[in-house]
Design a protein around this ligand. Structure first.
Ligand SMILES: Cc1cc2nc3c(=O)[nH]c(=O)nc-3n(C[C@H](O)[C@H](O)[C@H](O)COP(=O)(O)O)c2cc1C
Length: 225
C-alpha cells in the first residue's frame, strides 16, 4: 500500500467481522509496532495480546465493562442524545450507534492488545508517552496495510489495577493504550482532519505558511472544541 494512502485511510475502525486474526498477521502487525522509536532507544514498550481463553476473556470482560461505563458518561456529557443526535443518519447519530455497538460487543472483538510502557522513572511527563504511542500508531498503520482495522482506546484506565493483577503486569509498567483489531465491516474511507492552514505555523503561533496546503482531495472536519 502506498505510504500516503495508508496514512490518510487509517481511520478508527470499531466494527469487525467475527473472523480470527491469524498468528502471521499479528506477527507482522506487532513487528511494525516494535520498530517504533522511543526515548534513548530504551524500548520500554510492551504489548499484551488478548484473543481467546480464560485469561483473555476475563481481561476483555473487565475492559468491556469499563468501555460501557466510559461511553455511558461520554454520550451524555458530549450531547450525543441532544440536537442532531435525534436525527437518524446524522453524523452524531451514526457515531453514537457505532460507539454503542462497539462497547456492547467488545467481548467479541477478535483481538485486544494492551500497549504498555515499562517506565524507567516515576513521571507524568508527556514526553514519556512518546515512547509508547508511536508504536501504537505503527501497529494501527500495519494493521491497515494488511487489510485489518483498529482503534486505540483508554478503556483500561478504570480497570488498570484489576488488569495488572490478572495479567501479572509489574508495578513499574503502565498500560498506556487498549487497542482493538479485526477485519473491518465496511470500508475505511479517508480521515477527516483540520486543514494544514489551521495546524501548521511558521516562526510564530497561528502564522500559517503559504506552503502549508493540503493535497487535492483531502477531506476536512472541524475540531470538537
Ligand atoms: C489518545 C486517544 C484516545 C482515544 N480514546 C478512545 C476511546 O476511549 N474510545 C474510542 O472508541 N476511541 C478512542 N480513540 C479514537 C479516536 O476517537 C479516533 O482516533 C478519532 O475520533 C479519529 O477517528 P478517525 O480516524 O476515524 O477520524 C482515541 C484516540 C486517541 C489518539
Amino acid at each position: 500500500m502506498d505510504f500516503y494512502e495508508a496514512i490518510t485511510t487509517t481511520r478508527a475502525i470499531r466494527r469487525y467481522h467475527d473472523e480470527p486474526v491469524p498468528d502471521e498477521a499479528l506477527r507482522d502487525i506487532l513487528f511494525a509496532a516494535t520498530r517504533a522509536p522511543s526515548g534513548s532507544n530504551r524500548q520500554g514498550f510492551r504489548f499484551i495480546v488478548l484473543r481467546k481463553g480464560e485469561t483473555a476473556d476475563a481481561a476483555k470482560s473487565l475492559l468491556a465493562h469499563a468501555g460501557r461505563a466510559v461511553w455511558d458518561r461520554k454520550s451524555v456529557a458530549d450531547g450525543y442524545n441532544r440536537g442532531s443526535g435525534h436525527i437518524a443518519d446524522s453524523p452524531k447519530a451514526r457515531m453514537a450507534a457505532t460507539m454503542r455497538n462497539y462497547v456492547e460487543n467488545f467481548q467479541q472483538v477478535p483481538v485486544v492488545i494492551l500497549g504498555c510502557l515499562q517506565r524507567h522513572r516515576e513521571t507524568t511527563d508527556l514526553l514519556d508517552g512518546g515512547s509508547v504511542y508511536p508504536a501504537c500508531q505503527n501497529l494501527l498503520l500495519a494493521a491497515r496495510a494488511l487489510g485489518y482495522g483498529g482503534v486505540m482506546t483508554g478503556f483500561h484506565r478504570a480497570v488498570h489495577g484489576e488488569l495488572a493483577s490478572l495479567l501479572g503486569i509489574p508495578d513499574n509498567v503502565t498500560i498506556a493504550a487498549t487497542l482493538t483489531i479485526g477485519r473491518p465491516i465496511g470500508h475505511h474511507g479517508p480521515v477527516r482532519r483540520l486543514p494544514m492552514s489551521k495546524t501548521v505555523f511558521e516562526n510564530s503561533w497561528d502564522e500559517a505558511p503559504d506552503w502549508a496546503v493540503d493535497p487535492e482531495g483531502s477531506v476536512f472536519t472541524t475540531a470538537r472544541w
